[in-house]
Design a binder for this molecule. Structure first.
Ligand code: G6P
Ligand code: BGC
Ligand code: BGC
Length: 924
């Protein structure tokens, strides 16, 4: 067989391209014909080999194991469910690429009621060849122009219409409306589009066109549109099969099998892109010289080999190449050829379909070939029909082998041997070719006898299906908008943060001057951080955080040794009477002493009391007001050291010398100061939040002395309680405050600390649930329960190492019926709430370190902040967001954050040790 290289009038071609010399002997010709057509025969074994090899390529690609040029791409389409017929509304669909050189615009109305379909209105536009091969912008401008022309004729008014973009080319999708073109196929080859987001390109073209009422919300592959357009009464279809100019299929795969997706539940539609199958020579033995010649003359040689054996764009060309070959061999048309016969694309799919028509085929052969300037003899007509049949039969059988591979994949992924499934079919080859569908069906039943398959032709080329996906996308886009709208107030820009910093500085200055301010700026009577000379055994209490702890702290030259015991403070005690609370505290101390064999020892005690106290001395602290979950009566306005001593007295406990009462921020600063002498700020971000720092004594009104330093407990939790906090208080914040035991108090704390973040998230989830965005709008009883959404969930849900499925597991444990999209939204809500908290906390730290820098008129300040608190320590991003905010708002301060290892109990013991050392020094 001589090569059928590039086509053109060879030397051997006479005036009409007829050969000068005699025709070949008839006996040879039938052998030549038989040998020629034999090449298109594909045996069952070869079909099974294709089935197995394609299945293997599909599974490799699903697991992400395929190399840079995968045989098939297995592209997730972000379509997670087959239609449930509830979608409704008017949608515009733009179809590009399925049917070759034409573009179609449709107006589809979904009624939302099963079985009631409204016939879509549509208009077809022929795409000029120079547009299919020219600059990408020209193609998209052409599309936008067609859309505008189509809409002009319709009563659109200024209704904004969701548009679904049916784009039939291989695309990497990262969302329903985010889709990057991998490579052109079929007759398209526009520049500057491959590697680009085609949805964005269309949006820009529509903008250039000035069509304002179109919102592109989804990009859908034609196979997906075909599958989704399947009549729910007959379906649902779970495979979409297109054989048009090109060919491809999609199907519903178990999401957990798609490595590219972080999903373990439900199904997702995957576009196989089987057109590129065989690029790695699997198809080699099946490729005829005609296939190779066709590939060589195609726009994309070496690519889409499988498609070029099946797709309608190529069937006519294959037939033409065979006819030209047989003509040259003198077997057809008396050995004559014509320029038309030798011209690429002169025989089309329509021609092949017509010539194969069982009733009118023969007549059509004459008409088609006469159009090519040929006069076929009677024997030619039959042979030509054989050629058409050989090419189209191979196409249908290869397509069947591919479909059988998909069926095998579904049997695997659903662990089902027998499969009952509906396949939606679409495309000109199905619609126009008389035998294609039957050959395909027969071959599939041969290759997958255990599968019960129903083929459901798509009614309108998938327009309805694309509208369905667009409806889902429009709903998701609307939800996205609602989520962004809901979370927008949580975004604090640089300018806002800087203005809060200024406000905090003003409040600090007023508080230090003893003027009315939401920042109490309470002197702690701690004047120095430890210098390492402290020694002795001390008892310490740590009340006010998540846990109440009693500690024995041994401070020695070798370091500090701590033994501690955690005790519960039941809510009824924290919110009971003050006497009950302090009696409970003393009971815990006595239990601890007993456990530690400290019977009879009267150790100095440091009391970390993490509530706002106006101190009049190191061991005198008047409780200003309870915060966090505490509300014991008869304590506010009282000296809590006295209350403790009274309780000790009531219990006849061994005389405990309460030497110091410190705030947990001060204890934390001291505890970290023992490790790092530059530590002059204490920060707590736990149940509550607060900070302290070493202020110049001269700046502290009401405390005698104007040299040296005094640690100031800022009580920044109350910042803004005077309404002077330039941060949008959302309705969710207002609900949390309203439902708290201290409404109107601790505003800043309620935006930042662990006691409240979970509640803020819960209220936002309830709101989004009520808008139908979350949990399909179903009322979720569990979310009505206060404190059910723990702040620790934020830390877990936002952890980078947690896959979406684990996020969903946390929420399902709460009894929330959620989808993966829901889990994504919940994570986003958590991120918005914790980010705001961390930024505001960063503003506070920036205000403090800038104050210290200015106090000391330093160009640069190097300082360490001692930190404690569950939220700060456990949240995956909180600490880095705080540090980032401080760097932006206090660029002249080099701030190190040192997490306290032993809590503030150690700090309280150190304060006590310092006090004892100073007291001894004073006695000497
Ligand atoms: C540590 C400190 C406590 C402090 C607490 C705050 O445990 O020792 O003094 O109150 O942190 O964090 P939390 O998350 O427990 O409220
Ligand atoms: C494209 C597919 C498309 C198929 C049928 C192929 O060339 O790569 O995305 O589904 O044609 O139109
Ligand atoms: C208290 C502070 C304490 C902070 C952190 C706030 O509610 O008012 O005194 O430092 O919580 O525990």
């Amino acid at each position: 067989m001589d090569s059928i290289g590039p086509v053109g009038l060879g030397s051997r071609d006479g005036p009409q391209g007829c050969p000068p010399e005699g025709l070949p002997h008839p006996s040879d010709s039938s052998k030549v014909v038989q040998k020629c057509l034999q090449q298109f025969m594909v045996t069952k074994a070869q079909l099974q080999q294709i089935q197995d090899s394609l299945l293997d390529s599909m599974e490799q690609a699903l697991m992400g194991h395929s190399g840079p040029m995968p045989a098939v791409r297995m592209l997730p389409t972000y379509v997670g469910s087959t239609p449930h017929g509830t979608e409704q509304g008017d949608f515009v669909v733009l179809e590009l690429g399925a049917t070759g050189a034409s573009m179609r615009v449709l107006w589809v109305t979904l009624t939302g009621t099963k079985g009631r379909r409204v016939q879509p209105r549509s208009q077809e536009f022929v795409i000029p060849p120079e547009v299919m091969l020219g600059p990408g912008q020209q193609l998209f401008d052409f599309a936008a122009h067609c859309l505008a022309e189509f809409l002009e004729a319709l009563p659109v008014g200024n209704q904004c219409l969701p548009l679904g973009f049916n784009f039939s080319f291989p695309c990497h999708q990262t969302g329903l409306d985010r889709s990057t073109l991998i490579s052109w196929t079929k007759g398209f080859r526009c520049s500057d589009v491959e590697g680009q987001d085609v949805v964005q390109l269309l949006r820009e073209a529509i903008k250039r066109q000035g069509t304002s009422n179109l919102d592109v919300v989804a990009m859908v592959n034609d196979t997906v549109g075909t599958m989704m357009g399947c009549d729910p009464e007959l379906g649902p279809c779970e495979i979409g099969l297109v054989v048009d100019t090109g060919t491809n299929a999609c199907y519903m795969e178990e999401a957990r099998h798609v490595a590219a997706l972080d999903e373990d539940r439900g199904r997702v539609c995957v576009s196989i892109e089987w057109g590129s199958f065989g690029d790695d020579e699997v198809l080699g033995p099946l490729l005829t010289p005609f296939d190779r010649a066709l590939d060589q003359e195609s726009l994309n040689p070496g690519a889409q080999r499988f498609e070029k054996m099946i797709g309608g764009l190529y069937l006519g060309e294959l037939v033409r190449l065979v006819l030209a070959h047989l003509a040259r061999r003198g077997i057809l048309f008396g050995g004559c050829t014509t320029p038309a016969l030798l011209s690429q694309g002169s025989v089309t799919l329509e021609h092949v379909a017509e010539m194969e028509d069982p009733s009118t085929g023969a007549a059509r052969v004459l008409a088609v070939l006469q159009n090519l300037g040929l006069r076929p003899g009677p024997s030619d007509v039959e042979l030509i029909q054989h050629v058409c049949a050989a090419v189209s039969t191979r196409s249908a059988r290869l397509c069947a082998a591919a479909l059988a591979a998909v069926l095998s994949r579904l049997q695997h992924s659903r662990e089902q041997h027998t499969l009952q499934i509906a396949v939606a079919t679409g495309g000109q080859v199905f619609e126009r070719h008389p035998r294609f569908h039957n050959v395909l069906q027969e071959t599939v039943m041969l290759l997958a006898p255990e599968c019960d398959i129903s083929f459901i032709p798509s009614v309108d080329g998938g327009g309805q299906g694309v509208a369905m996906v667009t409806a889902v996308a429009a709903r998701l886009a609307a939800h996205r908008h609602l989520v962004e709208e809901t979370l927008a107030p949580f975004q604090l820009d640089q300018e806002r943060l800087a203005s809060v910093q200024v406000q905090m500085r003003e409040a600090m200055a007023k508080g230090l001057r003893g003027e009315a301010s939401s920042l109490s700026m309470l002197p702690s009577y701690v004047r120095a951080t430890p210098d390492g000379s402290e020694r002795g055994d001390f008892l310490a209490l740590d009340l006010g955080g998540t846990n109440f702890r009693v500690l024995l702290v041994r401070v020695a030259a070798a370091g500090v040794k701590i033994t501690s015991q955690v005790y519960a403070i039941p809510e009824c005690v924290a919110q009971g009477s003050g006497q009950q609370l302090f009696d409970h505290i003393v009971d815990c101390i006595m239990d601890f002493q007993q456990r530690q064999g400290l019977g009879g020892q009267s150790l100095p005690l440091g009391f970390t009391f993490s509530f706002p106290c106006k101190q009049v001395g190191l061991d005198q602290g008047i409780l200003l007001n309870w915060t966090k979950g505490f509300n014991a009566s008869d304590c506010e306005g009282h000296d809590v050291v006295a209350l403790l001593r009274e309780a000790i007295g009531r219990r006849q406990a061994v005389e405990l010398k309460v030497v110091a009462i410190v705030n947990d921020t001060v204890g934390t600063m001291m505890s970290c100061g023992y490790e790092d002498h530059r530590c002059e700020v204490g920060l707590i971000v736990g149940t509550g939040t607060n900070a302290c720092y070493m202020e110049e004594l001269q700046n502290v009104a009401g405390v005698p002395g104007d040299s040296g330093h005094m640690c100031i407990n800022m009580e920044w939790g109350a910042f803004g309680d005077d309404g002077m906090l330039d941060v949008p208080i959302t309705c969710f914040d207002a609900s949390v405050d309203r439902e708290s035991i201290n409404p109107g108090k601790q505003r800043f704390e309620k935006l930042i600390s662990g006691m409240y973040l979970g509640e803020i998230v819960r209220h936002i989830l309830l709101h989004l649930n009520s808008l139908g965005v979350l949990f399909r709008g179903q009322q979720t009883q569990c979310l009505q329960t206060r404190d059910i959404f723990k702040t620790k969930f934020l830390s877990e849900i936002e952890s980078d190492s947690l896959a979406l499925r684990q996020v969903r597991a946390i929420l399902e444990d709460l009894g929330l019926p959620l989808t993966s999209d829901d889990a994504l939204v919940v994570r986003e809500v958590c991120q918005a709430v914790s980010r705001r908290a961390a930024q505001l906390c960063g503003v506070g730290v920036a205000a403090v370190v800038e104050k210290i820098r200015e106090n000391r008129s330093l160009e640069e300040l190097t300082v360490t902040v001692g930190v404690d608190g569950t939220l700060y320590k456990l949240h995956p991003h909180f600490s880095s967001l705080v540090a980032a905010t401080v760097r932006e708002l206090a660029p002249r301060c080099a701030v190190t954050f040192l997490q306290s290892e032993d809590g503030s109990g150690k700090g309280a013991a150190l304060v006590t040790a310092v006090a004892c050392r100073l007291a001894q020094a004073a006695q000497v």
